[in-house]
Design a protein around this ligand. Structure first.
Ligand SMILES: [Zn+2]
Length: 174
């Protein structure tokens, strides 16, 4: 499931630019229309910056090719399927949270920051499971046997939208 939303009623709000003239109260009301319980079920939250005409038409503006990304996804799925051989599951998203926590382990200490986020109330229990699940997928994409602190940090960053100094590109994590 993919959801998309504007940041404010006019759609131009950005912390970096001042194109938006929506009053703060209407921005808050607008953003509050996405309920917490709904957002808690969204694993990856990415802010899309406005793209300028120059960026849109520059050489290499499209980044990696679809074929390159598809190859990486295929390799990640194969890695997960190999790990899950002999279980009823094929992908990280298939595994029930309880099994995910008990049967496969992230690197020692890798989940510390995520667990602190749960204690501080930044993450729900569901959120913590989702972070672990996404961290496994990051590890699969990068080609690691299990998630380390960087993979968990990226998963946390994607979930909370709070930057943690982790590059958003998988290629930068290898
Ligand atoms: Zn606005």
């Amino acid at each position: 499931m993919v959801l998309a939303a504007n940041p404010c009623p006019c759609g131009r709000f950005s912390p970096k630019e001042t194109l938006c003239e929506c009053p703060p109260s209407s921005i808050r009301r607008y953003q509050a229309r996405l309920s917490g319980p709904l957002l808690d079920r969204v694993d990856l939250r990415v802010e899309a910056e406005r793209v300028t005409r120059a960026e849109l038409t520059a050489d290499g503006a499209c980044g990696e090719s679809t074929a390159t990304v598809a190859g990486r996804v295929r390799a990640a799925r194969e890695r997960a399927a190999k790990r899950l051989a002999g279980t009823p599951w094929r992908t990280n998203s298939d595994i029930p949270g309880r099994e995910l926590r008990n049967r496969w382990h992230a690197a020692p200490g890798a989940m510390d920051e995520a667990e602190r986020s749960l204690e501080r109330g930044v993450l729900s229990a569901r959120g913590l499971d989702r972070v672990l699940r996404v961290a496994w997928t990051v590890a699969d994409l990068v080609g690691r046997d299990r998630p380390d602190a960087r993979d968990v940090a990226l998963a946390l960053q994607l979930r909370t939208g709070v930057p943690r100094g982790v590059p958003m590109a998988i290629g930068a994590l290898t």
